[in-house]
Design a protein around this ligand. Structure first.
Ligand SMILES: Nc1ncnc2c1ncn2[C@@H]1O[C@H](COP(=O)(O)OP(=O)(O)OP(=O)(O)O)[C@@H](O)[C@H]1O
Length: 299
């Protein structure tokens, strides 16, 4: 399932929530959408699944509008979680799965496997309202995937989860990707996108300010941090033109430099002094890129 969004704009009254967005997501890809609150991620998702029509531009999956997709093709974890809290976990899953045309037998088998994977099988007969928030979120995730969609859209899937549950969910998402599912998810946390996605889009006020392959994006930004470990004093580096800051730690010295050419210069100089145990140029993080691109701190 490959997605194309061509010059898509969505307005709410005077507010332009999404502004001339171009996106191309390949089949089987894991794609990350980043952006501060109100950047336009949820509105973009709603257009992807055909819940909203764009005011301008076009959305298509394999050439067809999202409205023409079979309900089983898409799995959607909405930002506003909504489960029937008085129902028991399995009852709820059977109800939701039946709505999508699955047999009770298939639903029970699929849900049991997911509950095991998430270490919450003992809650299969528990009422949803008696589960912790994190466990409710896992149940909602299962509801989004139990029909094995080809296309999975997850709005903030990791928010509110503790690190152990974040890892469990990440593993589940990677497994689905490896099985061929096209996955799009949003996050406020750049690290999640950095660890999971090859391709991403950073949105700011409805516009994609950065879009493309993570490795390409990183390559186009200056590398400005140097880490050096050596068996001799590195204090002379502070006086080199282009060294903006220097922090001397017990083991390692970290330098902030003006641009990559300074790293080459320092590397050449160090050769003359003695044995260098470690020399690395740190790639910019997505956070660094966001700050550089939109000129303010993220989220
Ligand atoms: N149904 C709506 N009616 C009016 N304005 C809306 C509607 N949906 C979204 N907006 C506005 O559009 C902008 C983008 O909202 P959206 O929910 O898409 O952002 P988001 O990136 O998902 O934010 P968050 O991270 O807070 O969920 C916001 O200014 C929001 O107030």
């Amino acid at each position: 399932m490959a997605l194309r969004m061509e010059n898509v704009t969505k307005r709410f009254g005077a507010k332009t929530a999404v502004d001339q967005l171009f996106l191309h997501i390949d089949s089987g890809e894991m794609f990350g959408m980043l952006g501060a609150n109100g950047a336009g991620k949820t509105t973009t998702f709603r257009m992807m699944i055909g819940l909203f029509d764009p005011d301008d531009g076009e959305v298509s999956w394999n050439g067809s509008p999202p409205q023409s997709l079979d309900a089983r093709t898409i799995g959607y974890l909405p930002e506003e979680r909504g489960l029937y809290t008085k129902l028991k976990v399995m009852e709820q899953m059977i109800y939701l799965g039946r709505l999508r045309g699955l047999s009770k037998q298939d639903i029970v088998a699929e849900v049991d496997a997911w509950l095991e994977r998430f270490h919450i099988h003992h809650y299969r007969k528990a009422k949803v309202e008696n589960l912790s928030k994190g466990n409710q979120q896992k149940i909602q995730f299962i509801a989004a995937v139990l029909h094995r969609p080809q296309l999975l859209i997850l709005d903030e899937p990791f928010s509110g989860l503790d690190p152990i549950n974040v890892d469990l969910l990440k593993k589940a998402v990677v497994k689905l990707k490896n099985e061929g599912t096209t996955i799009v998810f949003s996050s406020h946390d750049m690290k999640h996108v950095e660890s999971l996605c090859e391709n991403l889009c950073i949105m700011d006020e409805g516009k994609p300010v950065v879009h493309g392959k993570l490795s390409d994006i990183k390559r186009t930004y200056e590398k400005r941090k140097l880490h050096i470990r050596a068996d001799f004093s590195l204090s002379f580096l502070e006086d080199i033109d282009g060294v903006l800051q220097m922090t001397v730690g017990a083991e390692e010295t970290t330098l902030t430099i003006r641009d990559e050419t300074i790293a080459e210069d320092i590397f050449a100089r160090l050769q003359k002094y003695g044995y260098v145990r470690h020399f690395s140029v740190e790639e910019p993080t997505l956070h660094d890129i966001f700050v550089e691109k939109v000129g303010r701190t993220y989220a």
